[in-house]
Structures are given as C-alpha cells and as structure tokens.
Design a protein around this ligand. Structure first.
Ligand code: GLU
Ligand code: ZN
Length: 311
C-alpha cells in the first residue's frame, strides 16, 4: 500500500456479516468505492458485526468477494465490536447532557400505545420519557430479567435535519426518541455508525437508499455529539437491486452471490462487467477492470432507478 494522505477524507463500505454479499451489496460496495476513489478519498471498510444474533461470521468471506471484483481499501478493516469503548463514551456524553432515558417498553407495548399526533407510523410514542426516578425504579424491577433499553431524548423543538443527498437531492425525515442501546446491551446501529464514521475520518457515506430514512437521526446525533456533519460529510443513497419479482434482491432469487454465480460458470470479472453495465459504465458482455470502470465513472450520470436482476 502506498502513502495515504490522511487529510484527503474517506469513503467507506460497512457490510453486516449476516450472509454472503449478493449482487445488490456488491453494486453498492462498488459505488462507494467509485465515489471515494474518483474524489481522491481514502476508502475504508468496516464490518458491522454488532448484531450477534444475525452475525454469520463471514466478514472475511465478504472481504474476499470485494477483492474478487477489484475493490481495494486502505488500512485494515475495522470491526465494530472492537469499538465498544467509543460507543459507550458517546452514550455517556449524551446522558451527561440529559439526553438519554431508560425505556422498559416491549415491542408490543409500543405498537399498542396511542401514537403522538403527526408521528410517523411505528414511531416511539414517548411512554417512558417523563418518568420520575421512583417510577423508573419500579418499571425496571417490573420487567426483570429483561433490562431497559436506552433512548435518545430528542430535544424539544429540534428541527428535523434535512440533508442534500448526492443522489436523492433534498431529503428529510421525522425523528422520534430512537434507541441508543438495546435492552440486551447491544449498541444501536445509528449510534455506532455515527461514532465510527467520525473516528475513521469518513466524510462521504455511500449506501443503499433503504438507509436514507435513518440519516436524519444520524445527523442529529452528529450535532449532539459535536461530530462532523453535513455539508462537511456528504451522503449518497444509491438505488437497490431488485429481484425478478420487483422486491429487493435476496437469496430466494437464486444465483445472486459470487459463489452461486461461479458455480454456474460466471466468474467475478464477468459479474463486475454486469454490474458496470447496470451503471452505464460498460457495454453488454464487456469485460472490464475496476480501474477502467473508475476512469469512466461520473457521479452525475448515475442511473436513478433500481436495477432489476433477472439472472
Ligand atoms: N451495515 C449496514 C448494512 O449492511 C450499512 C450501514 C451503513 O452503510 O451505514 O445494511
Ligand atoms: Zn418505553
């Protein structure tokens, strides 16, 4: 690896090791790499292995697949489970500012509670927000052996953070008092992502557009924690790959991983070619290298519609 300019900013790809990467994941990874490299940024990888229940332990296999299609990265991949100290410190800082409270609600409680006026569907209704210390102690005892989750007390009068997405344009989203740490002790995705991206010097987040609704929450956390935030950090939420039924591509759609495709005689360079073709960066059937795709990449010309994979 050559000398890396630490001042250059960084993009990243942050897969959850919950299964083999499929074409949708690979396409998002390639786009994240293209956005970063074409803008002179470093490119980093983080394995988001916090969710032990869903962890298939295949982070290394995912990295090998990225390499097979020509994606390279700077430095060692970061394991999110090794970042607990920073996650805890961030929750402590929010708590010290009075912005954290315990929530003893079960999923069922939340669904059953009347929702606040103008709240988006599924939003947390605020049941545990204003309890006294005595009420909290009683609630804590009542749910044993379950433990309370920790939620962010979104400060009253918080304006919903909008952001200017490189793909979606002006984007907004409502924010409720979302979870920072689950009852089982696991740090929530939104908290971990914000803390880790900042620690890694990430100033460009490229990911699937299914995560666009999480972004206002993450921007609010950046502001509350005093971390870099837009316009210093840029976001690009890219279209997902759909399967033949029009739903988001998944294992049930057949041969969708590099391993599946290799078994059918389709090697990684050909898969890269198909992905590049879907991005308007290769001709049908053309064999391309990642370096060639990078030379052709123009963020402004990115197709805005999902790619439908029919096999
Ligand atoms: N780990 C998340 C996923 O695989 C992506 C997180 C992110 O890019 O912010 O869906
Ligand atoms: Zn609650």
């Amino acid at each position: 690896m050559g000398v890396v300019d630490q001042s250059a900013g960084a993009g990243r790809y942050a897969p959850s090791p919950s299964g083999d990467l499929h074409l949708g994941n690979l396409r998002t990874a390639l786009l994240a790499w293209l956005f970063a490299r074409s803008s002179g940024r470093r490119f980093l990888v983080r394995i988001e292995d916090l969710d032990r229940a869903r962890d298939a332990g295949n982070g290394a296999a995912q990295l090998a697949d990225l390499e097979r299609i020509g994606i390279d990265w700077d430095g060692d991949p970061v394991l999110q489970t090794e970042r607990g100290g920073d996650h805890d410190a961030a929750i402590r800082a929010l708590a010290a500012a009075g912005l954290v409270y315990e929530c003893t609600c079960s999923r069922k409680d939340i669904l059953a509670a009347p929702s606040a006026p103008h709240a988006p569907p599924g939003a947390y209704p605020g049941t545990c927000r204003d309890r006294s210390d005595a009420e909290r102690a009683a609630e804590r005892a009542a749910i044993l052996p379950r433990k309370p989750a920790l939620r962010l007390r979104v400060p009253d009068g918080t304006a919903t953070p909008g952001f200017d997405d490189l793909v979606l344009g002006e984007a907004h989203g409502d924010i409720d008092d979302f979870v920072l740490r689950r009852g089982d002790g696991t740090v929530a995705y939104n908290l971990a992502v914000v803390v880790d991206d900042a620690a890694m010097g990430v100033d460009q987040v490229v990911r699937g557009d299914d995560l666009a609704p999480s972004t206002p929450r993450q921007i609010l956390l950046q502001r509350l924690l005093g971390l870099p935030t837009p316009p210093e950090v840029e976001y690009a939420h890219v279209p997902l790959v759909l399967g033949p039924t029009g739903k988001r591509l998944a294992k049930r759609d057949g041969a969708v991983t590099l391993g599946d495709l290799r078994a059918q005689g389709v090697e990684a360079p050909e898969v890269l070619g198909r992905i590049a073709e879907s991005l308007g960066l290769a001709q049908g059937g053309e064999r391309v290298t990642a370096a060639a795709v990078l030379r052709r990449f123009d963020p402004a010309a990115l197709p805005r519609e999902p790619w439908v994979w029919t096999g």
